[in-house]
Structures are given as C-alpha cells and as structure tokens.
Design a protein around this ligand. Structure first.
Ligand code: AMP
Ligand code: MG
Length: 390
C-alpha cells in the first residue's frame, strides 16, 4: 500500500497539460489561460474625470474664484480645445479631461449662475483626475497559466483582447459499475440502489473544467466492463467507480488488465478510499475509485481534482489545506491517513461522530475534511489540525 502523497505523485507523473486552443473571450471563464495575454492599449487612454463637476487648472482654484464655462466634456464626447486660464469645462465621470486642466471641482462645490461658476467654501482637496494608463499600460502582460474567473475576463476585455489561448478541457469518461445500480428516477427492485456517485463526481469534475461523458452503468461481468472500456476510448481520463476491492464481483482490475492497463498502483493507505487503482490505459489515464459513496467523493476531491487541474496546465498541487482548531478532543488515528467529515466555522472545526463511508447525508452536511496522518496521536480541544475546505 502506498501513501496518499506517493499516489498523487504517481498520478501527476501521468498528467501532462493538454493541447492549447483559441477561444473567444466570451467562452474564456473557467478555462486556464495557456499563453500570456498582452494589453493592446492603455487604460484609460486619456486623463479621465473621476467625478461629475468642472475641469479647470488648479493654479488659483481657491474659494471665491470665478470661472467662465466654455464647453462640455462627456463620456465618449470630449472637449477638443485647450481651456484658457480663468475658464472651465463642464465634465462628467469617465470623460477626457481637456488640455489645460488638471483638476475637477465636484459639482457640489460650485455655485453656478448662467455661464459662470464660483468656487464655494471648504473645497474638496482631491483632484479627481485618473491619469492616462492609471489602470494598466499598453504592452502590460496578463500572465499564464491562470484559471480565468469573471474579474480576469473583465480585465482581458479592457485590454482589448478579443480571444485567448487556453488549455483544452480534459474529457473524462465516467463508468459506474455494479449489478445493484439503477439511475435516479428508474424503477428499482428491492435489491437495487441508486447510482449516486456518478452524479456527484460528474458535478465535481464539471465544476473544475472537465468535459464529462457519463457512460452506461457497467454490470459485474467482464464482458460488460470491457464494453465500457471500449466506449471510453478517446477520453483523456477514464474513471471507474466500484468493483475495485477484492470481492468475487470486483472485476474492474481484471477488465482493465485485459484492456492493457499499465498499472501504477492499487491500494492507497487512506480512509476512506483504500481500494484506489490507477494506471495508463492506452492514451488515457485510468483511475479506479472505490464504490462507497463517501470514498468516491473524497477520492475525487483528493486525486481527481488536482489531476484535472494539472491536465489544464495548472501547477501540480494537492487540494489546498488550512489550519483550524478542534472544538472537541479526538482519538488517536490508525495506520491510514484519515479524511474525516467535519464542519468548519469561525476558525473552529467539529468532526462528525458518524464517519462510515456510506453516509452521503453526513458528507452533504460537511463543509470540510480534517486530515489525520497515519498514527497521529489523540488531540485535545483547541489543538490545530489540517483542514481541506469542501
Ligand atoms: P464495490 O466497490 O463495487 O464493492 O462497491 C462498494 C459499495 O459502494 C457497494 O455498497 C456499492 O453498492 C456501492 N456503490 C458502488 N458504486 C456506486 C455508485 N455509482 N453509486 C452509489 N453507490 C455505489
Ligand atoms: Mg460493485
């Protein structure tokens, strides 16, 4: 049995970034930028007003000073002449500050009468001019690799970048296995249960950028499993669920062997999730997850998420952890790394009493896993532990 970090390293060794493709900016959110983008213009491209008011020259702008209003500068319609001393221009937010002016007097600070203004008492001392290039300069880079979120897309748009080069989305073929499984909504006989993992994992994978193909449920015989592996061809990652322990009906390993898998490992020293298998299957990575619903979801978080990120060119890093204090004592850990379902709130973490790997209701009530190293000693309330937010 290997450790979680050894298993993850073995998977990372197989997970090289996929090809690069070009997408319009409107499709870029959620994708990983593969090639740094460059600003094609500066922002703002002219000194811009940050307020509604009057643009004038700051020399002599004191309480009581009187100015002639000679024109207007609005957003998209600047005032295209120089403003002489003693004159000002009515200006609006986002409009170009005319030549000869370096300060905006906010409209609340003037008394206007016809075409003249008088500056009031207690003038706001700020100038309210955003310099040319205040946000970014022309030629400034937006560095890859980066998972693009809404704020990034807004910045790239402002940089006048209409399309970006991103890593291809990994395709994942998801195969549930088991004679007992039916799909939600299907009528089942009393011996059957619903294929829940399939839905949970598909949602998890889609959320991190994978293109998921949910294949028909494979039954517990070699023929059905082999057929599933044929259907999975062309995917970057083949994920099986269940059938990976040593029971008589656990045939995934055998079917994968027949399909030519080069196995990397089988069994990881973790709880939940021991019967985890991985290897190279043709051009794809194959990961065999345990069938117990919580095991499958925890292994998805610990192994699939970092792999899908790595395939998209992001750094090869394990699920991010933070430190939190226990709100109660916990017992010594056994020989496997334990990922305990827990609730994390205001810096404190509380572990659920029921940790059976079949309990989806407990998993759904959790917002974190605490990570216990093999043989970790018992801990008192207030002790710090590693926490993986869910
Ligand atoms: P196995 O590894 O096939 O022995 O499965 C272990 C347990 O997980 C059994 O109780 C299965 O019924 C259950 N299981 C396997 N696959 C799924 C699935 N896709 N959804 C829900 N439960 C499953
Ligand atoms: Mg099974």
């Amino acid at each position: 049995m290997i450790s979680v970090s050894e298993a993850l390293d073995a998977l990372f060794a197989l997970a090289n970034p996929l090809n690069i493709e070009t997408v319009p900016l409107s499709d870029a959110a959620g994708r990983v930028l593969a090639v740094s983008a460059v600003a094609e213009r500066e922002q703002p491209p002219f000194p811009a007003s940050a307020m509604d008011g009057y643009a004038l020259n700051s020399a002599g702008a004191v309480t009581g000073a009187i100015y002639q209003v000679v024109g207007e500068s609005a957003a998209g319609h600047g005032y295209n002449a120089s403003v002489p001393t003693g004159a000002c221009v009515r200006i609006f937010t986002g409009a170009p500050v005319p030549e000869g002016c370096d300060r905006i007097i906010i409209q609340e600070d003037v008394e206007r009468s016809g075409d003249t203004i008088t500056l009031k008492d207690n003038l706001d001392p700020k100038y309210y001019v955003r310099a040319k290039g205040f946000d970014f300069a022309c030629g400034q880079t937006f560095d890859a690799p980066k998972l693009l979120g809404p704020n990034d897309v807004a910045l790239l748009a402002a940089m006048n970048v209409p399309q970006v080069q991103v890593f291809r989305k990994p395709t994942v073929a998801l195969i549930s296995t088991g004679d007992e499984l039916v799909m939600p909504g299907e009528t089942s006989n009393p011996d059957q249960i619903i294929a829940s993992n399939t839905f949970g994992l598909a949602a998890m994978l889609r959320e991190i950028g994978a293109e998921v193909r949910v294949l028909p449920i494979a039954r517990d015989n070699l023929q059905s499993l082999e057929q599933a592996f044929y259907l999975a061809e062309g995917a970057d990652v083949v994920v099986t669920i269940g059938g990976a322990s040593v029971g008589d009906h656990d045939l995934v390993a055998q079917a994968a062997e027949k399909h030519g898998i080069q196995r990397q490992f089988y069994k990881v020293a973790m709880r939940p999730g021991k019967p985890l298998m991985a290897g190279q299957l043709g051009d794809a990575m194959m990961i065999g997850l345990p069938g117990n619903p919580v095991s499958a979801m925890v292994c998805g978080k610990i192994f699939l998420t970092p792999i899908i990120r790595a395939l998209q060119g992001l750094p090869k890093e394990s699920a991010p952890k933070l430190r939190a204090k226990l709100s109660h004592p916990i017992a010594q850990n056994g020989g496997r790394e334990h990922y305990m379902r827990a609730v994390y709130e205001n810096g404190l973490v509380r572990v659920f009493e029921r940790q059976d790997s079949a309990l989806l209701s407990v998993l759904a009530a959790s917002n974190a896993l605490i990570v216990r190293a093999p043989q970790a000693t018992a801990l008192e309330a207030g002790a710090e532990v590693d926490v993986i937010p869910l």
